[in-house]
Design a protein around this ligand. Structure first.
Ligand code: PLP
Length: 368
């Protein structure tokens, strides 16, 4: 069969699927940047610059049972997460990153033609997974400060609406959704997903309400605060009925044994990790002040581990390229509601210093 013939067999809705523009691995930039690959400063994927707990590395180095499949019921993992969250384990399901839980939730609820409300601009993986399940994404724009508009969300509800997606703090804007707004949206009675991937940086959560609401799902991850993005482990807190369905439809061994060991050790080292979280929060505030001093940039206040910044003079794509050449990776956006902006993940103090130095040099170049 020809490759065109094969393509005819692919689901028509996926033939033009563009995929997700993931962050670049530094190795792919060898020869394209002015610094050695090990000196690249990666501020483009909201990763934790301090890495994971050293206890995780030590435990994984001697873990004896890599040959044994993980417990598909996630018994120990869910108990550990119960202790961490205060939400009882029958509400909890873990996934290979919270991405996997977004995928599972949409697969559980969404058929072709079903609608999901999304408060844009927001996390691009919501759109990605909706594309995979043939759902229709109904986009409700946020206001000029990237806050959600509850009335507009309510007005967007139709008979076909199955889920409302909310991210707080939102990626890439860093904006929090006030608890009152979430409650009003929960009162619609529709299933609501509250993605709290950056909870440890904001301190705000609706997790205690899981169990009181039959329509509330809260997602979290170990990627950001615990520095485990590469290991892929996240979790969600759900009404027990939904948790039961998710446990049934998930692949049995989706969360690997290394992830279980890493969660166990991370939670034993919570104080160490939360110290790093506090260091990142302090650095976020310093970065914000430094960015504000540059008159051609407009940083937005953030409750997460990154800052979104509008470029008032010049092109974001060019700025991203120039920074990349100097070995500093950031993410740029140019979409209707995210015009000409970059998102900078908060790094260590020396990363902020290096970034600000390059930005100051660029400013001098522009102003002569
Ligand atoms: C809002 C939001 N949700 C979920 C995720 C996915 O996290 P994970 O690494 O757990 O899949 C991210 C990662 O950037 C995110 O920004």
């Amino acid at each position: 069969m020809t490759s065109e013939g094969i393509e005819k067999l692919i689901r028509p809705s996926l033939v033009n699927f563009v995929g997700y523009a993931a962050s670049k691995s530094p190795e792919t930039l060898v020869g394209k940047v002015e610094v050695p690959v090990e000196d690249i400063i990666k501020l483009d994927a909201n990763e934790n610059p301090y890495g994971c707990s050293p206890r995780v590395n030590a435990a994984l180095a001697t873990y004896p049972d890599m040959n044994i499949y993980p417990d598909s019921g996630q018994t120990e993992l869910r108990k550990l997460l119960q202790e961490y969250t205060g939400v009882s384990s029958e509400h909890i399901v873990a996934g290979a990153g919270s991405d996997q839980l977004i995928d599972l939730i949409l697969r559980l609820f969404i058929e072709s033609g079903d609608e999901v409300i999304n408060c844009v601009p927001t996390f691009a993986m919501f759109r990605f997974f909706m594309g995979l399940c043939d759902g229709t994404l109904v986009e409700v724009p946020r206001d000029d400060n990237f806050e959600i508009r509850v009335n507009a969300v309510r007005a967007a509800i139709t008979k076909k609406t199955k889920i409302i997606l909310l991210a707080t703090p939102n990626n890439p804007t860093g904006t929090i959704i006030p608890g009152q707004d979430i409650l009003q949206i929960l009162d619609t009675g529709l299933p609501v997903v509250v993605d709290e991937a950056y909870y440890e940086f904001s301190g705000e959560t609706v997790a205690p309400l899981v169990g009181q609401y039959q329509n509330l799902m809260v997602l979290r991850t170990f990627s950001k605060w615990a520095g485990l993005a590469g290991l892929r482990v996240g979790y969600g807190m759900f009404p027990t009925k939904i948790a039961d369905y998710l446990l049934r439809i998930k692949e049995p061994y989706g969360v690997n044994v290394a992830a279980l060991v890493a969660v166990r050790e991370s939670l034993k080292d919570k104080d160490y990790l939360m110290d790093k979280v506090r260091a990142i929060i302090a650095e976020r505030e310093r970065l914000f002040e430094e960015l504000k001093k540059l008159k051609w940039l407009k940083p937005f206040p953030s409750q997460a581990n990154f800052i979104f910044c509008s470029i008032l003079n010049g092109r974001a794509s060019e700025l991203q390229q120039k920074l990349q050449q100097k070995g500093i990776l950031v993410r740029y956006f140019n979409q209707p509601l995210l015009q000409n902006g970059i998102r900078i993940s908060v790094g260590k103090p020396e990363h902020t210093d290096a970034l600000i130095k390059v930005l100051q040099q660029l400013e001098e170049e522009v102003n002569g």
